[in-house]
Design a protein around this ligand. Structure first.
Ligand code: UDP
Ligand code: MG
Length: 307
């Protein structure tokens, strides 16, 4: 009997990509000795994504789905799919064909060589915009500097995991999920495969600049405490510097020139005001994460499912 591979695909407004990715997966896996099933996670789509999945699932008995009650975001949608998966091997990938299904046989070969996790790293090519390339590289540099982990630039949420590692991943209590970090964190035997990203098949990116920024901040704040230390060091440095300023104030008082100091006072106030707000912001971000974690709400709610 062939092993079963479950392919988990979060989709938010991807109606035209659903049939395309299914047939691409079907073709990719035909030459392997595996059976497969596809689990789509409709992440609160407002277009015909769910209908497209219904149609596909009516025609193919290896198509399943979960439909979330609203848009919970890519990482949470992915979690919904992973929580529901039962196969020994799970592959997670995007719905827009940017993660080439033709790579699936290579992922399976690496699994056969004994790897528990086979992750992929995107090579930058003409299908990746200038802005995306550079913001992503900057993010990974910052992330690797701030956290104890080394996440490779271009790491994608396109990976194969076996049951053992998936169970480990799903046992993590993180309320705000950053899978690229969590998968690295769990360890086990991991290997990477590089891929050439394709252009999005249809539609536009579902990661707005705002979502991308939030994702980046979650990644950093859930894997590093260094920004808090940075805030403390910065406060300490300025406190010392301001002590050095006292002799000048005394001198100015006795020489009767203190009224001329207006511009410098306003400049200092504005500068310190900015710094204080920034530090409060950093502390606030962590407090917010703690708040989210302590509420312990479900990360997604299911509206309908065929499992
Ligand atoms: N996605 C999702 N929920 C969201 C945003 C995105 O399920 O709120 C899905 C999307 O349909 C796609 C994958 O996550 O399958 C990656 O999103 P996208 O391709 O828009 O991101 P990009 O490749 O531009 O970074
Ligand atoms: Mg994409």
């Amino acid at each position: 009997m062939n092993k079963l591979v479950e392919i988990v695909i979060p989709a938010h407004n991807e109606e035209h990509n659903i049939p395309v990715i299914y047939s691409a997966i079907h073709n990719a896996i035909a030459e392997t000795n595996y059976d497969f099933k596809v689990l789509f996670v409709d992440d609160g789509s407002t277009d015909g994504t769910l209908e497209a999945i219904h149609v596909l699932s009516a025609h193919h008995d290896n198509v399943f789905y979960i439909s979330l009650s609203r848009n919970f975001g890519h990482q949470n949608a992915l979690k919904a799919g992973l929580d529901a998966s039962s196969a020994d091997l799970v592959i997670m990938m995007d719905a827009d064909m940017q993660h080439p299904p033709a790579l699936i046989p290579s992922l399976l070969r690496a699994h056969e060589e004994g790897y528990d996790v086979v992750y992929t790293v995107r090579k930058d090519n003409e299908h990746i915009s200038f802005a995306k390339k550079h913001t992503a590289n900057l993010f990974y540099k910052l992330m690797n500097y701030l956290s104890e982990m080394e996440i490779e630039p271009g790491s994608a949420d396109f990976r194969l995991m076996n049951r053992k590692t998936l169970d480990a991943l799903l046992s993590m209590p993180d309320q705000e999920i950053f899978y690229r970090g969590l998968v690295k964190w769990i360890g086990f035997k991991q290997t990477k495969i590089e891929y050439e990203p394709q252009a999005r098949h249809t539609g536009v990116t579902k990661y707005s600049t705002k979502k991308m920024l939030k994702f980046a901040i979650t990644g950093i704040a859930t894997f590093s405490n260094k920004p808090l230390y940075f805030a403390a060091y910065m406060g300490f440095t300025f406190a010392i510097l301001s002590v050095l300023y006292i002799p000048y104030i005394i001198y100015a008082f006795y020489s009767g020139t203190e009224v001329h100091g207006w511009a410098s006072i306003v400049a200092t106030l504005a500068f310190f005001g900015g710094i204080i707000l920034m530090m409060l912001g950093i502390v606030g971000i962590y407090l917010g994460k703690l708040f989210e974690q302590s509420k312990n709400r479900p990360q997604y709610l299911v509206k309908a499912a065929k499992l």
